[in-house]
Design a protein around this ligand. Structure first.
Ligand SMILES: C=C(O[C@@H]1C=C(C(=O)O)C=C[C@H]1O)C(=O)O
Length: 178
């Protein structure tokens, strides 16, 4: 799709910090939920000793997000950067859990959900939510002058208790200057 440049209404960019906090809460929750779901992904894989990385699935996630994002007027490159970061963040959580479980010589989990039937459809729902949040608040999310406020509005995440480095990875595309 084409880059939607700075045709953004000033009043949206000029949002007060409390308004921004409220506006971006759904985005914060979507990012958080996606990261928290990485625990379920890791448990499902651990039970069958599957590798964490699934590159064909990643390509599918990105392709679907770019397509849905384009329909909402979002630039391909922005969508791709955001979802690459979410995927990397998810894999950080998964790798950290795998490392811990190896050390503990953990056995199979009784409560692992089905990756294909349960967890990935949930991830796909979060993808749609994330894209709608990005579209709803595109102006402020892309305003370099609001980066610090956006960064604050996207914290704290529950997933910080799980992995601070995964959280930093997930937020990076929203915090970095354009
Ligand atoms: C979350 C998963 O693990 C990894 C991360 C992915 C993602 O964040 O969408 C996709 C594929 C895997 O490389 C998964 O396998 O579904």
């Amino acid at each position: 799709s084409t880059q939607t440049a700075s045709v953004q209404p000033d009043e949206m960019i000029a949002r007060s910090v409390p308004d921004l906090q409220r506006d971006l809460a759904p985005l914060r929750l979507a990012i958080d939920q996606r990261l928290l779901l990485a625990q379920a992904v890791a448990r499902a894989k651990w039970n069958v000793q599957a590798p964490i990385d699934d590159l064909p699935r990643e390509a599918q996630v990105i392709q679907a997000a770019v397509k849905q994002g384009a329909a909402l007027g979002l630039a391909d490159a922005w969508v791709e950067a955001v979802f690459r970061a979410q995927i990397e963040a998810s894999k950080i959580v998964q790798r950290e859990l795998y490392a811990k479980w190896r050390t503990q010589q953990a056995g199979k989990f009784d409560d692992a959900p089905d990756l294909a039937k349960t967890v990935r459809p949930e991830l796909d729902r979060i993808t749609a939510q994330l894209l709608h949040c990005m579209a709803d608040h595109q102006a402020v999310l892309q305003a370099d002058a609001r980066k610090a406020d956006v960064a604050r509005a996207l914290r704290p995440l529950e997933a910080t208790a799980l992995s601070p480095s995964a959280v930093e990875q997930a937020l990076a595309p929203f915090v970095a200057l354009h």
